[in-house]
Ligand binder design. Structure first.
Ligand code: BGC
Length: 244
């Protein structure tokens, strides 16, 4: 079975059909730069464009970088504030001409890693953390997702954790990999104190460079890079469309 996965990010909106058994893209993905401003209307236009590009008539899943409750986007930490309270599911479904599943971006990436990636077959508490513009989180208990955990907004040293330890914070403050690894370690220690996971999967664009910082991060939990790297969002969105 195939489903179309669309991943909404701060710089690009990416989509591709996914073979759900293999978890692989079946066609070259289409990437359209995120419009500026990136409010509901503008982004919905791009989602419609991607659906038409693939002539898609099957299941469709779309990720969003904020809390998604019953298809409504509830928060917008790093995106246009007009998303707060928007009916993303209704808007995307109208643009696609068929029902669309909408879920949080980190939750989607986590679903893909649990089904076919670095957390496949892992029992107990598993945490996926994505480091990008923000920090996204997906919590799993025996393979079942607890959605919208938003652990990027835990408070560390009086600040939103993602302001200190996201990949964009590394760039913004021009931190060396060693300096950034220290912040990531402090954050992971806080998270493991709260959840005692048996495995932490590190995703987001920076997971491609995990050898630069993961060896410097010392916590008691096993920490591994995501297996699907940046494609986890597209694959997870497609899986959610088929399963949820
Ligand atoms: C948002 C999360 C999102 C994460 C990664 C955070 O700022 O609140 O919902 O998963 O960024 O995009």
């Amino acid at each position: 079975m195939r489903a179309l996965g669309i991943d909404i990010g701060g710089s690009g909106i990416k989509g591709a059909p996914v073979d759900l058994e293999k978890g692989e893209l079946t066609e070259e993905r289409l990437r359209i730069p995120t419009p500026d401003p990136a409010g509901p209307e503008e982004v919905t236009g791009v989602v419609g464009q991607i659906v038409r590009h693939f002539g898609w008539t099957g299941p469709i899943g779309v990720t969003f970088p904020g809390v998604v409750l019953n298809g409504i986007t509830m928060t917008a930490a790093n995106v246009d504030p007009r998303w707060v309270g928007a009916d993303a599911c209704g808007l995307f479904s109208a643009a696609a001409g068929r029902p669309v599943t909408v879920l949080n971006d980190a939750d989607a990436a986590g679903l893909a890693e649990v089904e076919i990636g670095a957390a496949k077959g892992e029992a107990g508490v598993v945490l996926m953390l994505t480091f990008g513009t923000g920090i996204g989180s997906a919590l799993f208990v025996d393979g079942r997702l607890v959605p919208n955990t938003e652990l990027g907004h835990l408070e560390i040293r009086g600040k939103d954790a993602e302001r200190r330890a996201s990949d964009s914070a590394r760039e913004r403050h021009d931190l060396s990999w060693d300096e950034w690894a220290e912040r990531v370690e402090e954050y992971l220690r806080h998270v493991e104190m709260l959840f005692s996971p048996s495995l932490i999967v590190i995703g987001g664009g920076v997971s491609k460079k995990s050898e630069k910082f993961l060896p410097k991060v010392s916590v008691r939990t096993r920490v591994v890079p995501a297996a699907l790297r940046n494609e986890a969002g597209i694959v997870g969105a497609a899986m959610a469309a088929a399963h949820l």
